[in-house]
Design a protein around this ligand. Sequence first.
Ligand code: HSE
Length: 406
Amino acid sequence: MSVIKVAILGFGTVGEGFYRTIQSHAEELTAVLGKKVEVAAILIKNQKKKREISKDVLVTTDFADILNLPQLDVVVEAIVDKDPTYIYLKKAIERGCHIITANKEMFAHYGTELLELAQAHHVSVGYEATVAGGIPVIQTLRQLLNVNRVQQVQGILNGTSNFILTEMREKKLSFAQALRTAQENGFAEADPTNDVEGFDAFYKAMILSRLAFGEEPNWHAVERTGITSITSELIDTADRLGLRFKHIASIKKSVNQLKVSVGPVLVGNEHPLYHVEGVQNAVNIFSDIVGQITLQGPGAGMLPTASAVIEDLVYVCQNRPERQGFTTTSEINSGRQEQGEIEETWLIAGYYNVTNHSVQLIDQVTDGIWIAKAKREEIDALSKLNEELVYFPVIGEYEREHVLAR
Ligand code: HSE
């Protein structure tokens, strides 16, 4: 039986999870691929660290050793940094290898170049593990929604943030305690700033944007915030109002313009994202034929991410051609209102005399917390006058009775 030779770059949570899964699911892989999968080499950083790796595998700190292997079919990359990782993958493609990556920051920066290079070299790129952990959202958009015109993608894309928000609400943990637990569970990035300040979700949103809409917004124009401004008091108040804080990335095309935002949103209990708790991620896809689809599952962790990588292994070994030129949705949305023109519900918190402004207050929850109806531009104008003010959009049903019943 012929053999597929794989190299793994990085042996952290993702690399190790994939290595173990290749062993635990060897039979299934052979049955699907008709070939045996063998790990030929692993690239590591620290030679002194103890690892459980078979003696038959070349363990090296030098990428050149991997590139020089006599047979190499697939390179699986699970390193954190974007450089020199991009160069490694470029070299692997040029050598004729399929590549698989779990590195969202790298893929957000260099994905287009890698996909083009792969197309030129007739190899495939798997990047399922870059977005939403174990949820097969990339393959859903890539292979199963080819004719549908996607109008909006909205998702909880950072497991660590969702985990922290859930722990703070359910167990009354402090932000720092909840973050520590997320780190202990292997959910958080090496530098958790990426998680809690929204960078990780931002990179994932850029990858989804390219896939769903064939383009991405100007990165500097995207409003990106994390969860660090959300206090236990705000979480409790939201809870009393029947709302939950979720960190949501939203990508939408209206009047030929891509609108992307990444930040905390208050979600009403009829919205599909309301019940997504802990390290779970979820992605809502709105498209013209099927309507709304919600995919939900574990967004981080060793085995969920290994699941995404191992399924990519099957995908790349079947070598589907890289698809360029995605469907554009500009024509179908051209009659729709600009997002800024629509009045939305907002929770506004801070000590400020909001009565002087055009923002229509509908409830005062406490001394410093109001519910208002306003257009985005009105909220922006209000926040310019007081930088201390924090404000969150409310999606899903907001039930006024929760306040009145207090
Ligand atoms: N730190 C990431 C998260 C890992 O918490 O979602 C998965 O990408």
